[in-house]
Design a protein. Structure first.
Length: 106
């Protein structure tokens, strides 16, 4: 799978008019691009881990998540196969465990 068209689509979401069009009808917006069936399926779900595994930049995926009003906790939970609550707890536990390694500047 080449991610060129997916990347081009996601990069286009910098434009407010494109974001509105995508929000109104994501499938119609995606079909403006020359996507494979697999790419379209990954975007429609959206399958965040599948998109990353295919080589799509996480930076560009943040454009899609913002457009679809999906926050990073939801993406992270999906990518780890966890509920949002479980993932949030996991992140807090990781932060607590690693706090002794943090460099704090006051």
């Amino acid at each position: 799978m080449s991610v060129y068209e997916v990347s081009r689509l996601l990069y286009s979401l910098r434009d407010p008019e494109n974001r509105q069009a995508c929000q109104a009808n994501p499938e119609a917006y995606y079909c403006r691009y020359d996507l494979t069936k697999t790419e379209l399926r990954l975007l429609l779900k959206p399958d965040w881990q599948g998109l990353v595994d295919a080589g799509v930049s996480i930076y560009l995926l943040t454009k899609l998540s913002a457009t679809l009003n999906i926050d990073l906790l939801e993406i992270g939970a999906s990518m780890r196969g966890m509920s949002r609550e479980d993932f949030s707890r996991f992140v807090r536990e990781q932060a607590e465990r690693n706090s002794k390694y943090a460099i704090l500047i006051e």
